[in-house]
Every structure is written in C-alpha cells, then in structure tokens.
Design a binder for this molecule. Structure first.
Ligand code: SF4
Ligand code: SF4
Length: 100
C-alpha cells in the first residue's frame, strides 16, 4: 500500500518499455524525469542503436529513439507518460509488477 504525503492512496506505475517503432526521439520524457531512467540513442540505416551525443551533424544515424537505460531507478511518478506525444510508453502499476 502506497500513499501520498497526506495519506491518500497512491500507486506508482513504473516505466517498463518504450516502443521504438513509435518513439520520435523528441526528448520530452527525458527532460521531465529526475531519475536518469531513460537515454537517447541514434538508430542507423541498419536499424541498429548507436551512440547519440547531441551533435547531429557528426553522427551517423537516421533518427533518434528513447530507450530504457536504468529501469530500476524509476519511481513510477508518471511524468514521462504525461508529456509523451506518441503514447509509446508502457507503465505497469507497482502492485501488478509485484505479483508477476
Ligand atoms: S515514471 Fe517518473 S521516474 Fe519513471 S521514467 Fe517516467 S518520469 Fe522517470
Ligand atoms: S516523449 Fe515519447 S516520443 Fe518523445 S522521446 Fe519520449 S518516448 Fe519518445
């Protein structure tokens, strides 16, 4: 049982997956996350993930995509879900994860 500070019921919903086929790599989720859960990567011509340092002109990728980096850091706040324009994230309630 989780609660907010005033004792109201609150259940975290952890980020468990990002659909790379829908993600546009906009970075909005990354900006609102305080827990270093996600990481922006490049995707090259062969559909492989490659490093993405931020200097697009020097890098060899055709698009960017957000990936889970340290999933265990997630506190399930849901902020990333609220800002994602592509609904490509999967969040699972803490209770459901614990039962799995
Ligand atoms: S739910 Fe919160 S802590 Fe978890 S990845 Fe999203 S913004 Fe970060
Ligand atoms: S907000 Fe959504 S579309 Fe944008 S980078 Fe994050 S997961 Fe991808």
């Amino acid at each position: 049982m989780f609660t907010t500070r005033d004792g109201s019921p609150w259940e975290p919903a952890y980020l468990t997956a990002i659909d790379g086929s829908k993600c546009i790599g906009c970075g909005r989720c990354f900006k609102v996350c305080a827990r270093d859960v996600m990481h922006l990567m490049g995707v090259n011509d062969d559909d492989e993930l490659v490093a993405c340092s931020g200097d697009d002109e020097d890098e060899e990728f055709v698009r960017k995509v957000m990936v889970l980096h340290q999933a265990g850091n997630c506190i399930g706040c849901g902020a990333c879900s609220r800002v994602c324009p592509k609904a490509c994230q999967t969040h699972v309630p803490a209770g459901a994860l614990a039962a799995a």
